[in-house]
Design a protein around this ligand. Structure first.
Ligand SMILES: NC(=O)c1ccc[n+]([C@@H]2O[C@H](COP(=O)([O-])OP(=O)(O)OC[C@H]3O[C@@H](n4cnc5c(N)ncnc54)[C@H](OP(=O)(O)O)[C@@H]3O)[C@@H](O)[C@H]2O)c1
Length: 264
């Protein structure tokens, strides 16, 4: 990942799960980091961990922490302003923050669904719109959009979440082509079930099949960053996940839905 060295990466949702692994792996590749999420204590702890590792290796990277509730548009504007005021330029945007809600659609509160849509679609679109314009002026940049296997198949119990991730994939696919002439690489990563706090936040008790299919965060992140470096349109980490997305295009939806009901 040598071409990330010396660049500055903004990582959303860096306080937990895959966001922490994006920070660790980009830091190991020599990138400077801007970490954001709501839980600033966790971001500061990660900053200290990474700074200590860099010091032990004699490597120098800058790590900045900015608290932000990305659901809120004014907070996002304030984040963008604080990053600019600190004199920072974003070369790599990792749109990772997101959440899922698992329950029948009608049993979910509208405010919860609306908040999820704001985070999973609007925050990612807003930051991409802002930083892609800066990258275009500089003639280079990297943007990662974190989607999901759920963005390949409408999963019962995850209806709105699946719909959000379909949106993320469509945006990423279109921007991959649209921004390539400007020197900007746009990659969508669609992880399958991954061991993070995601299922706890989603309120989802996994059965043994879903647990068996759950992969490791660091593997997903490694595959995503490899794809981003190359400008791959979409990365689906893990053979089982790749097969699931492949067959979702071939099998009738009724059959896929029954399979997903068994798994999820
Ligand atoms: N784990 C899976 O099975 C899986 C599968 C497919 C896709 N994904 C996607 O992977 C991404 C990362 O999720 P994860 O699995 O690493 O889950 P996670 O451990 O729950 O991490 C989610 C991150 O999002 C941040 N976040 C949540 N609400 C936020 C808000 N209002 N403002 C700012 N940040 C917020 C959280 O930080 P704070 O709470 O500190 O704000 C946290 O850092 C998500 O986009 C998710 O949809 C996950």
């Amino acid at each position: 990942m040598s071409n990330f060295s010396g660049k500055t990466a903004l990582i959303t949702g860096a306080s937990s799960g895959m966001g922490m692994d994006y920070a660790r792996q980009l830091c190991a590749a020599g990138a400077n980091l801007i970490l954001t999420a709501r839980r600033v204590d966790r971001l500061e702890a990660l900053k200290q961990e990474l700074a200590a590792e860099c010091a032990a290796k004699g490597v120098c990277v800058d790590i900045h922490v900015f608290a932000c509730d990305l659901v809120n548009e004014a907070s996002r504007e304030s984040l963008i302003a604080r990053i600019a005021d600190a004199g920072l330029k974003v070369d790599i945007l990792i749109n990772n923050a997101g959440l899922g809600l698992q329950a029948p659609y009608l049993t979910q509160q509208w405010d919860d669904l609306h908040g999820m849509m704001q985070l999973d679609m609007n925050a990612l679109s807003h930051l991409t719109h802002h930083y892609a314009a800066d990258m275009k002026d500089r003639g280079e940049g990297y943007i990662l959009l974190v989607a999901s296997v759920a963005g390949h198949m409408a999963i019962p119990g995850y209806a709105a979440y699946s719909a959000c991730k379909y949106y993320v994939r469509a945006l990423g696919y279109a921007l991959n082509g649209e921004l390539a002439p400007d020197g900007i690489r746009v990659t969508v990563v669609s992880p399958g079930a991954t061991e993070t706090a995601f299922f706890e936040v989603a309120g989802h008790q996994r059965n043994w099949i879903a647990c068996f299919m759950t992969g490791k965060s660091e593997h997903v992140v490694c595959a995503a960053l490899k794809g981003l470096r190359r400008g791959t349109r979409e990365v689906v980490p893990g053979t089982l996940n790749w097969l699931a997305t492949f067959y979702s295009r071939l099998l009738p939806y009724g059959m896929m839905r029954r399979i997903m009901e068994v798994i999820f």
